[in-house]
Structures are given as structure tokens and as C-alpha cells.
Design a protein around this ligand. Structure first.
Ligand SMILES: Nc1ncnc2c1ncn2[C@@H]1O[C@H](COP(=O)(O)OP(=O)(O)OP(=O)(O)O)[C@@H](O)[C@H]1O
Ligand SMILES: [Mg+2]
Length: 277
């Protein structure tokens, strides 16, 4: 039986009291294949971070099912969820979130220590080498540029060899050159078989992915598939979405949800499988 890397089924996340609260995610279905690189885009407030946090086990949906590699997350105890996150999931944030008092090497070793494992120095240096920073192992974050800090955060996120790497605007705080370095690393992780999911506002960043999923008002509102989808195509879809935000509930996007994409002809570099209508 094929197990998908990530599978969300009818996931909703509501904040506040029923009726008066906010629906951040509304019946989202999404299946991500192993080794895929998916970008999640959408207007501010459309639910991208909430989606990522629910998928990564950092937040619990109000209803629906989240599976990572066949393991159902909903219903797991906090302890089991923490263990799963530690062992099977990596996460990088826009703000890097390195511990300022620790060196790059110590930051990268941290997830292994938290898991009760004794990090081998060679393993940690190897992770830093992969992001081109072996010579900065002894530097603390305040002596590294933003791009270098994010690369350390990436090394830290993958040191446990997670099945899925989630990034919430991982290039959002970086200049274009540093951003490209991080995106190239994410792309190579996916090419090595890791599953990568990245929220971004930037069409150029999304063009490194092989699938772009669009959210509007907490719902999947179309997608683009095919590695090498052009920046212009992604930007045009985003522009249409910006105008759709707030009106999506009135104009349902029948047939554009990602769950239907398997039956859609996809795979060409500029295919627009139900894209951002
Ligand atoms: N803890 C919370 N309590 C109440 N409402 C929340 C909470 N977190 C998010 N929301 C609301 O849920 C909706 C989706 O938020 P989310 O952070 O997922 O959006 P986003 O697409 O990541 O936006 P951005 O691009 O600005 O980061 C928004 O309306 C937001 O105000
Ligand atoms: Mg966000």
C-alpha cells in the first residue's frame, strides 16, 4: 500500500467560539507524495501558517485527519506527538529561531540531544558542510548573516533525517542571493527524496517547487503542477487570488481542490491544473 508523506483529509481549524470565531482552515484536503517539493501560497490570512502547523503536528485541527507517512496525528497524546515531531519532522521558520547562546554546531546538535542521543561531531559537521558552513561551526548566530543563520537552521532541521521538512516563509527575511541559496538547498533535499513543504509569498521561491497549492479564505483554491513552472505564471495566479480573497466563499472553486488533481492532466512545466481561478 502506498503511504503518502503527508495526507490531510477534511481538515478544518477554527479559532474562538462557534459562529463568532475565525475559520482559518475550511475542509482542506491535500495529499503530498514522498520526495515532492510543494509551495503553499495565498493572500495574508488565508491560512497558510495554520495549514503548515496542523500538518506538522504543531497545532491540532478542530476536525479532520492529518497523517504523516501513514501515522494518524489527530488523537495522539501530546507526548507521542512531541516524539513524532522530533523524529520525523523538520521545521524552519522565517525568523531562524536559533538559540543565541549556542554556536552553530551546538544549535545543529540540539535536536539529537533533545532526543536523548549523543551527537557524533562528524555527523554535525557533515550537516553544516551540506549547507556550506563547516567553517562556521564555532560561530554564534550573532556572528552570522541572516542567510547563514537560515542555513544553520536548515542543517538543524535535517540532522535527524526527517521524513518531511516544513518551512514557513523560510526565505521571507533574506535578500535574494541568500534566499536562492536556501531554496537551492531545499530543492536538493527534495531531489534526495525528502518531502519539502514551504509557505511563501514569493513567486520566485515557489518556482523551485514542483507543485504550488493556493489557499484562499482557508480553502484550497487551485494549484499549479510541474517542476519549472514559470515565475510569471505563478505571479499571475497569485494576482488573481489576491482579488478572490474575501469573495471565495461566494464563488466556490468547484473542481480545483488539490484532492481532485490526481485526475487532472498534469506534469508539464506550465500546466495550470485548475489554477487560481
Ligand atoms: N491563535 C489564533 N487565534 C485566532 N485567530 C487566529 C490565530 N492564528 C491565526 N488566526 C487567524 O486565522 C487566519 C489564518 O491565519 P494564518 O496565520 O494561518 O494566515 P497566513 O496565510 O499564514 O497569513 P500570513 O501570510 O499573513 O502569514 C487569520 O484570519 C488569522 O487571523
Ligand atoms: Mg503565515
Amino acid at each position: 500500500m502506498t503511504t503518502h508523506a503527508v495526507q490531510l483529509t477534511a481538515v478544518s481549524r477554527r479559532y474562538g467560539a462557534p459562529g463568532t470565531g475565525v475559520t482559518a482552515l475550511d475542509d482542506v484536503g491535500l495529499t503530498l507524495a514522498r520526495g515532492s517539493f510543494t509551495a503553499v501560497m495565498g493572500p495574508s490570512g488565508s491560512g497558510k501558517s495554520t495549514l503548515l502547523q496542523c500538518a506538522a503536528g504543531l497545532d491540532r485541527p478542530t476536525s479532520g485527519s492529518v497523517r504523516i507517512g501513514g501515522t494518524e496525528l489527530t488523537g495522539l497524546s501530546e507526548r507521542r506527538l512531541t516524539l513524532l515531531r522530533r523524529e520525523r519532522i523538520g521545521f524552519v521558520f522565517q525568523a531562524y529561531n536559533l538559540l543565541p547562546a549556542l554556536t552553530a554546531e551546538q544549535n545543529v546538535a540540539l535536536p539529537l540531544r533533545l532526543a536523548g542521543r549523543r551527537p557524533r561531531r562528524e555527523q554535525v559537521l557533515d550537516a553544516l558542510r551540506q549547507v556550506g558552513l563547516a567553517d562556521r561551526a564555532g560561530h554564534r548566530p550573532d556572528r552570522l548573516s541572516g542567510g547563514q543563520q537560515q542555513r544553520v537552521a536548515l542543517a538543524r532541521a535535517v540532522i535527524t533525517r526527517p521524513e518531511v521538512l516544513f518551512g514557513d516563509e523560510p526565505t521571507g527575511a533574506l535578500d535574494s542571493g541568500s534566499g536562492r541559496e536556501v531554496l537551492t538547498l531545499l530543492r536538493s533535499l527534495a531531489d534526495d527524496g525528502r518531502t519539502v513543504v514551504m509557505v511563501t509569498h514569493d513567486p520566485l521561491a515557489a518556482s523551485y517547487a514542483d507543485r504550488v497549492v493556493f489557499l484562499v479564505d482557508g480553502r484550497v483554491h487551485g494549484e499549479l503542477r510541474g517542476a519549472g513552472t514559470s515565475v510569471e505564471t505563478i505571479a499571475a495566479s497569485m494576482a488573481r487570488l489576491e482579488t478572490a480573497q474575501g469573495t471565495a466563499a461566494d464563488t466556490p472553486s468547484a473542481g480545483t481542490a488539490a484532492g481532485t488533481a490526481d485526475s487532472t492532466a498534469v506534469g508539464t512545466s506550465d500546466s495550470t491544473a485548475g489554477a487560481a481561478c
